[in-house]
Design a protein around this ligand. Structure first.
Ligand code: COA
Length: 508
């Protein structure tokens, strides 16, 4: 069947390719005419072009498909051909979590990330949730690895001069200030684009254009406004926010994709563009299955929700589904041995239809394989609560790791609830570089999350976060080319140092 389909499709593909070549040539001809060029562009059918072996360069151009030639494939051993984003310079004007997540990922990929911080305190997270007195917090250190830090007061004229020099030097400016703040500094998109038409200016905001666009937004506000909170938790309880930072880190991740896409387009167009990710949009993108369910509600109850089996009618909006699966295979969270004392002694159990027989045998209910009330997925739907209660009687006799081992032996998809302690100690995550220990001059060793995206030719080396202003002089002189005399002038201008403290009013 599949072969038949393939054979049928092949000629159509050829026609499309041929059409594309003809279209391209016609466009070339039109462009030549417009430019007044006398060079005649010959229209050549795809077949004729294929007959004559093209010179190497042209072949590379064609393979790339976007007009810019690719170099010959590197002969360097895998992992020794540099990093994916080598040469990309990021002006990182981000703070707190969403923006820093994005720029840290780009830095993990090899970009040179220059973090601008306010002289004195820097990114507010340096001092938030401090665990070691006098040292940068884990909040900051785990979001700002592989970056360089320069202090600049953007409200000081000399500071703005330095900033503008950085705009001219960099490929990407990333910011996540409150709406309007970057404009008030004078770095509007128009100004930035005028200074450097190639630069990509990327922003995280709480909301996109609309009634709430002027609002400041933090993580949980985005979770609430993006549809995640109303669909998380138990039906009988209030909406719930999740510990995974889908609003901040999730949006930072979206922004990183926007930036690399814009960099790729710039290869063709030569110009930068504006990239905007609203946290509400980012959360909704991650909660899209719930918008799917909202539309399904118009056609009847959501039969895979346990509420259906319990005979509880659905309202107008998607309800909270507790630990229901959210996909087509019913699932639930089940207690394991030791649950009375260990809050994480649970396993997530999916009753995937193809392994139903194996599940029945394992839990001691072989009769369910043929019982019409249990044998088929639709028959099971109204009985899910009873089914999971029965499976739980079995899982409670085993530890979560025993259940994991036994079930995976039969291809039954299950997953243990892992505590952060267990994750921090998990050796396989250390081995892959997903959890990394780094050393820091003031706080000592700490764990951070390395690059979760693994590239086979771009290895990631995770480096500690910078101290506040650690690279100020280095960036001013080596990157921006300020002379020693200019550096001395900058130092006295107030551009890189905190403003002098205002004298306190004398006590009455
Ligand atoms: N030099 C001088 N001033 C600086 C500066 C520097 N290097 N860096 C920042 N500032 C100033 C800004 O210009 C702004 O001043 P202004 O309001 O007087 O024009 C001020 O610092 C505060 O910026 P703001 O972004 O409003 O910070 P905030 O702490 O009040 O708000 C957020 C924090 C996160 C709520 C807000 O930045 C926001 O909504 N960001 C967009 C959404 C987002 O990313 N949220 C998630 C964060 S994890």
């Amino acid at each position: 069947m599949a072969t038949k389909k393939k054979a049928k499709k092949a000629p159509a593909k050829k026609t499309t390719a041929k059409k594309a070549v003809v279209k391209k040539a016609a466009a070339k001809k039109a462009a030549a005419k417009k430019n007044g060029s006398k060079k005649v562009v010959k229209l050549r059918p795809a077949k004729a072009a294929a007959k004559k072996p093209a010179p190497k360069k042209a072949a590379a151009k064609k393979a790339n498909g976007n007009g810019s030639a690719l170099p010959a494939p590197s002969k360097a051993p895998w992992g020794q051909a540099g990093k994916a984003l080598d040469g990309v310079k990021i002006l990182d004007f981000t703070h707190v979590q969403s923006g820093p997540t994005c720029t840290q990922l780009l830095a993990y990929m090899g970009a040179d990330c220059i973090k601008i911080e306010r002289p004195g305190g820097g990114d507010i997270t340096r001092g938030q949730l401090r665990d070691v007195k006098g040292a940068d917090s884990l909040y900051f250190t785990m979001l700002n690895g592989n970056k360089r830090s320069i202090t600049i007061d953007s409200k000081n004229p000399k500071g703005m001069e330095i900033l503008e020099r950085l705009v001219k030097h960099c490929d990407v400016l990333v910011e996540n200030f409150a709406p309007g703040a970057i404009d008030r500094m004078g770095l509007t998109w128009e100004r930035v684009h005028q200074l450097n038409p190639r630069i990509i200016m990327a922003s995280v905001k709480g909301f996109g254009p609309g009634p709430y666009e002027e609002c400041k937004v933090y993580e949980n506000i985005a979770q609430c406004a993006g549809g995640a909170a109303s669909t998380t938790g138990f039906r009988e309880g209030p909406p719930l926010v999740t510990g995974a930072q889908i609003g901040d880190s999730g949006t930072g991740l979206h922004l990183a994709l926007g930036i690399v896409s814009a960099l790729y387009q710039r290869n063709r167009t030569g110009r930068g563009q504006r990239v905007l990710c609203a946290m509400q949009d980012g959360v909704l993108n991650l909660a899209r299955v719930k918008l799917r369910d909202q539309q399904r509600l118009a056609h009847g109850p959501l039969t895979e929700y346990s509420q259906y089996g319990e005979g509880i009618p659905f309202g107008k909006a998607v309800p909270r589904a507790g630990n229901d699966s959210g996909g087509g295979q019913p699932a639930w969270l089940l207690k394991c041995k030791g649950w009375e004392t260990d809050p994480d002694s649970y396993i997530y159990f999916i009753t995937q239809a193809p392994v139903w027989a194996e599940i029945c045998d394992l839990i001691g209910k072989p009769e369910w394989k043929t019982d019409p009330d249990y044998a088929t997925p639709p028959a099971r739907l109204p009985r899910l609560r009873h089914i999971f209660d029965t499976i739980e009687q079995w899982t409670m006799t085993k530890t979560k790791f025993e259940v994991m081992d036994i079930c995976n032996g039969f291809d039954i998809p299950v997953g243990p609830i892992l505590s952060m302690k267990e994750i921090a100690e998990e050796q396989s995550l250390r081995a892959t570089g997903t959890v990394v220990e780094v050393d820091h001059p003031t706080r000592g060793k700490y764990l951070t999350v390395g690059n979760p995206i693994k590239l086979s030719d771009s290895p990631c080396e995770v480096k500690r976060s910078p101290l506040l202003g650690e690279h100020t002089e280095e960036i001013l002189t080596k990157v921006l080319g300020y002379s020693d005399a200019e550096l001395a002038e900058i130092k006295t201008s107030g551009a890189i140092t905190p403003p002098p403290e205002k004298p306190r009013a004398a006590a009455a």
